[in-house]
Design a protein around this ligand. Structure first.
Ligand SMILES: Cc1cc2nc3c(=O)[nH]c(=O)nc-3n(C[C@H](O)[C@H](O)[C@H](O)COP(=O)(O)OP(=O)(O)OC[C@H]3O[C@@H](n4cnc5c(N)ncnc54)[C@H](O)[C@@H]3O)c2cc1C
Length: 421
């Protein structure tokens, strides 16, 4: 039975799921997270197959269902709020069957891992530095509240600390040195604003010229807030880049306010409330591409290793599946060999998932530059939504081919056998 000590940096989706599976396999697990236990930032994220199987086997599906946003579907609207096409939940709709706010998802995940006696979560704590010997990793852990540092030894360290992973930087070097960030040419902002009647129950997305989008998503019938994504597809927005590099939230807000200042529809309300939003988060969308995901006893997981960006819709799925595969490999062979196996099983699946749909042109096709492009997109969406309705009305859906199987080595029987141990 393994009793190795594992430090996980980051209690996001990947970190908490890995903590759960390692605890089940009797590892001694410490999870450090720089934020407070309650993380309110973030937006709706979806869990679908095959990641759904992993959360089902963790026994948390009912808890997750209780936290669903309840969004009933997706409505593409024009500037007068007229619908150009509604897609009910599931199928080709951007609204998934199990859609949750990231903060709700991570809370359920961390609480389910925290039930194990052999897991300790330490919030507002981070890795300050680390060094590896042949058979252990010596880590300086810093508590941000008490401003104290303590030294601890682990057999393995897992960096599940997101796109800008500090663990990655400590063991492999800066993103510049690694040349691991690949911009997908888009700037996003996420925040929430006070809810109005028209915000429920469908999410509404409106296109504007120069590849600017306002997308408003309900987060619950009783909720008093609505979440908003602003997406601007562009290779370079200098003042936003500068604000992002400086981590200056006010400057980020001002840059978006300027970019969106000439837009109508709900945009004036959105921008006014954005300036007051406390849970505002903005960045340039970057993929992470690394030659290798581990270095001796330290391994990277989730966005830290392979962030695919929301354009692929795969970030959350990969984090869940990756955590499950890594937990499985470490339990089979608690040595650095497990990291080789983990990468061998997942590498090509991850690389496929990182490819941006439609030959990389999806962000441009779905975010047109001109008024004519927007008209064409709305017309196509109208036709597709009519076709989808006609198919479901005539009950022809059963004639459509099944979704292709994923081509990586995830066998649900194996997961079930692991859980039964
Ligand atoms: C604030 C936020 C909002 C997001 N919103 C969305 C969204 O709306 N839609 C979507 O599809 N995806 C969103 N994502 C990304 C999505 O959660 C990930 O693609 C996916 O879930 C992968 O999860 P992960 O656990 O690998 O990384 P993340 O979810 O990024 O989790 C990493 C965790 O590590 C912690 N961390 C970072 N640095 C340190 C450090 N030095 N020490 C300790 N802890 C650290 C972070 O606080 C975070 O909790 C968001 C991520 C974040 C951080």
């Amino acid at each position: 039975m393994p009793s190795e000590r594992v430090l996980i940096c980051g209690a996001g989706v990947a970190g908490s799921i890995l903590a759960f599976w390692l605890a089940k396999h009797d590892f001694q697990v410490v999870v450090v997270e720089r934020s407070k236990a309650e993380q309110k930032a973030g937006q709706g994220i979806e869990i679908e197959e095959p990641a759904l199987k992993v959360v089902k086997l963790m026994g948390i599906l009912d808890k997750l269902k209780e936290r669903k946003t309840g969004e009933m579907g997706f409505n593409l609207v024009d500037q007068q709020s007229r619908s150009c096409g509604i897609f009910e939940v599931g199928g080709i709709s951007p609204t998934g069957a199990l859609e949750l706010m990231r903060g709700d998802l991570t809370e359920v995940l961390y609480k389910s891992a925290d039930e194990f006696a052999n897991v300790t979560f330490q919030f507002e704590t981070t890795i300050q530095s680390l060094r590896q010997t042949q058979d252990k990793v010596i880590v300086d852990l810093e508590n941000k509240i008490t401003k104290t540092t303590r030294v601890a030894e682990f057999d393995f360290v897992v960096g599940a600390d997101g796109v800008k992973s500090w663990t990655r930087q400590l063991v492999m070097g800066s993103p510049e040195k690694l040349n691991c960030f690949k911009s997908v040419g888009a700037f996003v902002a996420y925040f929430s604003i006070p809810k109005e009647d028209q915000d429920w129950p469908y999410s509404r997305l409106c296109h504007f010229t120069d590849r600017r989008i306002v997308w408003m998503r309900p987060i619950g019938k009783e909720s008093k807030i609505t979440s908003v994504y602003l997406i601007h597809v562009h290779d370079d927005v200098p003042n936003l880049r500068r604000a992002n590099a400086a981590g200056d939230r006010l400057k980020q807000k001002e840059a978006f306010a300027e970019l969106y200042s000439d837009l109508d529809w709900e945009t004036p309300r959105v921008i006014e409330q954005m300036m007051r939003a406390e849970n505002f988060y903005s960045d340039e969308l970057m993929q992470v591409k690394l030659q290798k995901w581990s270095q001796h006893r330290v391994v990277l997981l989730g966005d830290a290793a392979w962030a695919p960006t929301p354009f692929t819709g795969e970030g959350n799925q990969l984090a869940i599946i990756g955590a499950w595969v890594l937990g499985q490999e470490l339990s089979r062979n608690p040595s650095p060999v497990a990291f080789e196996m983990y990468e061998k099983r997942l590498r090509s699946y991850v690389e496929n998932a990182q490819s941006i749909p439609l030959g990389g042109y999806a962000p441009y096709i779905f975010n047109p530059q001109t008024a004519w492009g927007i008209w064409l997109l709305r017309t196509i969406v109208r036709l597709v939504s009519w076709t989808v309705r006609a198919i479901s009305w005539m009950n022809l859906a059963r004639m459509l081919p099944d979704k292709p199987q994923n081509d990586f080595d995830l066998k649900i029987e194996e997961v079930e056998a692991e859980v039964a141990r």
